[in-house]
Design a protein around this ligand. Sequence first.
Ligand code: B12
Length: 345
Amino acid sequence: MISQFFSTRELSELCAVGETTVKRWANMGLIKYHKTIGGHRKFKLDDVLDFIEKNHIRVSSEQLERLQVQKRNADAIDLNTEILLVRGDVGALADKLTESLLEFKKNEVEALLSKAIERIPSFSVMFDNMIAPAMHRVGNLWCEKKISISDEHIITNIVVEAILRTKMRLESSLREETERGASSLTLLYANAQGNATDAARSETNDKKRLAIVATCPESELHEVPLLGVSLVCETLGFQVRYIGASVPFKDLESAVEEHKPEMVCMSITNARLHAPIYRRYEQFRKFLAKHQVKFIIGGQFIGETKSHPLRADFRARSCSDLEQYIRENYDVGQTSQEIDLKSMN
Ligand code: B12
């Protein structure tokens, strides 16, 4: 991940020139720089963007957009939040996320999630300890009539968009970093992509285990947790077919027959199912068992009754539960955190 400051080498790679050229630009005063105590030049992101623009330096549009988003994100984060991010204080970050969501601060939400995933160990932690608590608070405020249903819709859209943009940004950073060798990001996605080249990666993709992420019951619209589940599956090396919320069971069955996944993940928030939907749920569960597809359900299971228990191969309360289940039952590699810990010993 590119930091707020560039070294001479990083800037030379970005501009596709030699380090001597960068030093010459700096000595000529074309680009501002600071010197560290050790005498190394450091270039600030703002100055780099300014230099690129003024001197018409050719940088790929993808890289340029990434730098601009990074600048926007940096501008959106205040010093206090920066400190929370450095400390990896997920509880306080969840409070900050709630505050930004309630104020509809779209850029701030995106910046917070993008920066958080650089600091906290996994998407499980981000969803379980930041996004879920923040959204639960939003739900409580709606329940207490302190915010309206339209506010709740706007907030959900902001969070969904921020998650998707964070994912896209990570993937594009990953592509760049993979070309340069392993780093924190390649480690986060280590199991998913490794250091494969494009050709080799598409070959590995074909061999990857397949997971289908869907939702249940078919009339349920709560989609945010599904994004977390799919990101967790992907970072653990699964190829994900993301189907989305509220899909009729018959269509899910067709999807299973077509894609032949190893597992199906469903999110169940409202678990008080009407009799016909419950019957259909049970049929679907048996259908999966017949096809030897693991059925993983998770969520808050609000209103589940003893007479209509939701059965599955595994019931998760969190994304971390799913991560643990996958690690115990499938052959996946280490997390970036584990790799970091090992390399420290
Ligand atoms: C956003 C939201 C909506 C949005 C959803 C839009 C969307 N695109 O997702 C909208 C506005 C559409 C909506 C509608 C409704 N909602 Co609503 N909604 C919420 C809210 C505020 C947040 C949900 C959310 O995004 N959570 C964030 C995720 C990340 O947290 P999570 O669900 O807990 O998931 C975590 C774990 O449970 C677990 N997990 C979850 N699923 C899975 C799956 C797997 C496989 C695994 C491994 C793990 C896992 O991992 C996640 C990360 O930790 C909740 C409040 C709440 N308590 O959740 C109310 C809430 C769920 N809604 C509620 C209600 C009542 C409704 C409506 C009935 C309102 C209405 N009268 O129209 C409708 C029902 C719509 C329907 N048919 O489903 C109630 C449910 C109460 C109840 N007793 O059933 C809640 C609890 C609000 C409240 N406090 O009363 N809602």
